[in-house]
Design a protein around this ligand. Structure first.
Ligand code: ATR
Length: 522
């Protein structure tokens, strides 16, 4: 079972990390000693909302057993958590039905037994992990075995032993303990911290460790030596199938063929755009749309058919992440993948949606230091907010449904206004990411035309019709406009660059799509 530790310094950051990690891990460990002002109820709710079957481990590590705490307190004095506060937190976790609570052996046998009695009285399903860490060394196997027995005597459901590896042979001692635990019929989590201990993190799960801890790109390690979930999964894949079976493509690099995975895909303009671009670049390949029913099988097909890559569209941009071997940092931060690149059987997920949008805007106005109003709170809004903030803009989110809008605003630390209050805002640019005004509802506009003179620039992610009612009204008010066509073409150009390493023929792609859309005009 791969577990990602949520060890962010604020509740907001922790909530964002939960959302990303729950998609790829089987368990999440909430490090309540690190998450400042952590609200356990909200965090556990977020875990379950992100993935109903996810296992939740609640931990409140004492600083003496955490290298992360040592690193954090080097910067600033951190609040110390008393044993009484810690036990109260664990009682809360058991009451909320956490799957596991992690108590250090150092809490004392009495405290652990009292907690067991509390859980029994509560009839809670919560299990107790009794843990032991050594931040500086790995003792002898005999000593590790006696620590294991001390843990066992407390009535632990699972024992966890994590020493620090100074040299490669420390891994052998710790992994040897896993074989011993099997004879004792009690689940054990065992691995070594530190760079020298990395190998133990890989081998531990093959040798029966109950849990292995991994990290996500951009989420940050909770202990030194952790590998990413993608790297772990790739290793499992190789170990389970054998290297030659897992990578038949090694001698046979992928062809330049591509698919669009989505459902529905019938009206997509991507095949037209990409096939013209491939032809222009004299690349002998083809791009086809594929209506997907079984996403896992479709991703397997990318490897099996030796395709160079894929685009991913609604409704799979998030779901696809768990089938990939690694996720680029921006895509991981956004929680959405729209592009897959196949490097000899290794599938990496990227996101060019946010980049396409930013490049289209940047082409027309400076972003840094400007204020943008983003209308909407779905996937497109998230990509926009992410990119705009990355470029140094101030973002205000405006959405029809307040709860959804506020949640996005909290996630990105922006301000929020309900749609009914949009008239109160003046800003440099208004960016529509909602579907209001999209074909066939072309008479709709997300905001009244009377507010448009509050903005210098008005942009719309919609490209069908080419000029939405919003953009027409903005032009009439003297605003500059940016059309969704530009964003669409630029996200496609980003895909071409990732797949082929070549600059896409942007002008040609724009012309082809514009012509097609003009011919669709009503
Ligand atoms: P996507 O992932 O493509 O961005 P989505 O997740 O369905 O799509 O989100 C669409 C967004 O557009 C939502 O924020 C939605 O507002 P609600 O949160 O109130 O549902 C917004 N939206 C859709 N149609 C709208 C309309 N006619 N007026 C205003 N907002 C609209």
């Amino acid at each position: 079972m791969i577990c990602v530790s949520i060890a962010q310094k604020t509740q907001e950051e922790a909530l964002a990390a939960i959302e990303r990690s729950a998609r790829v891990a089987k368990a999440l460990e909430l490090r309540m000693d690190v998450i400042g002002q952590g609200d356990l109820t909200e965090l556990m709710e977020a875990c379950r909302q992100a993935s109903p079957d996810i296992k939740i481990i609640v931990t409140c590590r004492r600083p003496e057993e955490s290298l992360l705490s040592v690193a954090l307190s080097a910067g600033a004095a951190r609040k110390t958590i008393s044993q009484a506060e810690k036990m109260a937190l664990f009682r809360q976790a058991a009451t909320l039905g956490a799957d596991f609570i992690d108590l250090e052996l150092a809490c004392g046998e009495n405290a652990i037994k009292k907690m067991r009695a509390f859980i029994r009285r509560l009839k809670s399903p919560t299990k107790i992990i009794v843990s032991w860490h050594d931040l500086s060394r790995t003792p002898s196997l005999a000593r590790l075995k006696s620590i294991f027995h001390l843990g066992q005597q407390t009535g632990a459901d699972v024992v966890k032993i994590v020493p620090f590896a100074r040299q490669p042979k420390d891994n052998l001692k710790t992994l040897g303990l896993l074989a011993y635990a099997k004879t004792q019929k009690i689940p054990l989590i065992a691995m070594c911290m530190g760079d020298e201990g990395k190998i133990s993190r890989v081998l531990a799960s093959f040798l029966g460790s109950y849990v292995t801890f991994a990290t996500l790109p951009g989420v940050g390690q909770s202990a030194p030596g952790q590998l990413t979930v993608g790297a772990m999964k790739e290793i499992y894949r190789l170990m389970e199938k054998g290297e030659s079976a897992a990578r038949p493509e090694l001698a046979n690099p992928p062809q330049h063929n591509f698919v669009l995975l989505g459902n529905p895909v019938g009206h997509s303009l991507s095949p037209l755009m990409h096939n013209r671009a491939l032809k222009e670049l004299s690349i002998d390949g083809h791009y086809s749309a594929c209506r997907v029913e079984d996403l896992s099988a479709a991703v397997t097909g990318i490897r099996g058919l030796n395709l160079r890559g894929a685009s991913v569209t609604i409704p799979f941009k998030t779901a696809v992440m768990e089938y990939l071997d690694s996720i680029d940092e921006d895509a991981a931060a956004l929680g959405a993948v729209n592009t897959i690149v196949n490097e000899r059987g290794i599938l990496t997920g990227y996101n060019t949606d946010w980049l396409g949008l930013i490049l289209a805007v940047k082409d027309r106005m400076a972003i840094a230091g400007k204020t943008f109003v983003v209308l909407g709170a779905g996937g497109a809004a998230r990509a926009a907010v992410y990119g705009l903030q990355k470029e140094g803009a101030r973002v205000i989110i405006v959405n029809r449904t307040e709860k959804k809008g506020r949640a996005l605003a909290v996630r990105f630390g922006c301000s929020f206004y309900p749609l009914s209050e949009v008239k109160k805002i003046c800003a440099d640019c208004l960016l529509n990411t909602t579907s209001a005004g999209m074909f066939p509802d072309i008479e709709q506009s997300p905001v009244p035309s009377s507010v448009l003179n509050h903005f210098e620039v008005v942009a719309d992610v919609i490209y069908n019709p080419l000029q939405t009612r919003l953009l027409q009204e903005a032009l009439a008010q003297g605003c500059q406009i940016i059309s969704g066509l530009e964003m669409f073409v630029r996200q496609g150009a980003g895909q071409i660059k990732l797949w082929t390493g070549r600059e896409a023929p942007l002008a040609l792609m724009r012309k082809i799509i514009q012509e097609r859309l003009e011919n669709l005009e009503f």
